[in-house]
Design a protein around this ligand. Structure first.
Ligand code: HQG
Length: 185
């Protein structure tokens, strides 16, 4: 992620939020800190580490965390982490939970034939990303071309023993979705 600019405008919430994403997902070394195995760092440690480039206090940080459109950060007591999207190795330690009956996966139309042959595979990520929100799935699929939204029979998968986890900002994770659980509109 060396191509991500390190500049930050301390007066602009969006700029600070992007700077925090850079540090908490990809490059904690940019401000000389380390994340623990779960991706956490102490709030005081973080604020001190960024203070020369981005002097903000705890209440400003709380406002940026609660105002994040995608709820990107988890602020818990004296510590903070990114909910997801890491390129540094982290173990998020999410519990297995029962999924909603139906989940959605948005993908470019050109991938559908392969997906209906091999299922949805995790590729470079640790897990397949699914959404409970059909519109959000469509936007994820639209990042790479004309999207189509596949319906996942999550209830049947859960009955058959597949495990699901959900990130703090509502992304559903599972290892693989075989074609028999998929429906193309
Ligand atoms: C496709 C963003 C052919 C899959 C978003 C997808 C999301 C297959 C692409 C998060 C396939 C992988 C994840 C198969 C899967 N044959 N194509 N058998 N199985 N694919 O980016 O779900 O910015 O790794 O459909 O908001 O698009 O990271 O996964 O099109 O939550 O926070 O292979 O990324 O969040 O692409 O997106 P990705 P995704 P962040």
């Amino acid at each position: 992620m060396g191509s991500i600019p390190h500049g930050v405008d301390p007066g602009d919430d969006v700029s600070v939020s992007k700077f925090l994403s850079l540090i908490l997902r990809h490059r904690p070394d940019v401000v000389g800190i380390e994340l623990d195995s779960g991706g956490w760092v102490g709030v005081d440690v973080l604020l001190k580490a960024i203070s020369d480039r981005c002097p903000i206090d705890r209440s400003r940080l709380e406002g940026i965390v609660s105002g994040s459109d995608k709820q990107r950060f988890q602020l818990e007591g004296q510590r903070i982490r990114a909910h997801q999207g890491h390129s540094v190795a982290v173990e998020l330690e999410l519990a297995t939970v029962a999924p909603p009956a139906v989940l959605f996966h948005g993908t470019p139309k050109r991938f559908v034939a392969s997906i209906m042959e091999h299922g949805i595979t995790a590729g470079a990520r640790h897990d397949v990303h699914l959404s409970a929100d059909e519109g959000l799935a469509a936007r994820v699929g639209a990042r790479r071309g004309e999207p189509i939204v596949l319906t996942v029979d999550a209830a049947a998968m859960a009955r058959d023993g597949f495990e699901f986890r959900v990130t703090g900002n509502g992304v559903w994770l599972t290892a693989h979705v075989p074609p028999r659980y998929l429906r193309v509109p």
